[in-house]
Design a protein around this ligand. Sequence first.
Ligand code: FEO
Length: 170
Amino acid sequence: MISDRMQTAFNDQINAELYSSYLYLSMAAYFESISLSGFANWMKAQAREEHFHAMKMYDYLGERGGRILLQPIQGPETEWASPLAVFAGVAAHEAHVTGLINNMVSLARAENDYASESFLRWFVDEQVEEEQAADEIVQKLKLLEGFPGGLFMLDRELAQRVFVEPAAPA
Ligand code: FEO
């Protein structure tokens, strides 16, 4: 049985992951509004990935005998100044989420909850990829400043992204 403190931390993080999904869906809607459908596709894939993160925690908390308690999801931002401003927002948000995951690992250790510490390892590794993916697009957008043609090339590249749910370990 999971501890009350750990249960609360998982419920808070389920909410944070669902908020991430909502934020990226809002970013997708912004990109649709300025006719960058490839960027919108990337954000919709990201939103699905965040929903998957939430469900991974939801399922784990249930397996540990915890009570899943869904909380209100904060309204996301809806307007940004530019594609670069959006991706700078993604990078900042992912750095924030990394901090939340690290705090959960610290709590799992403090609670001697080795199962949760082991479970959270996947999220620690995932955050490295999430931060790197966002930073890479920020760097590309900085290089493209003043070259609208480059923005359309990047739009075509981001149109290729497909989110595939990772297979459960055997
Ligand atoms: Fe679920 Fe983007 O971290």
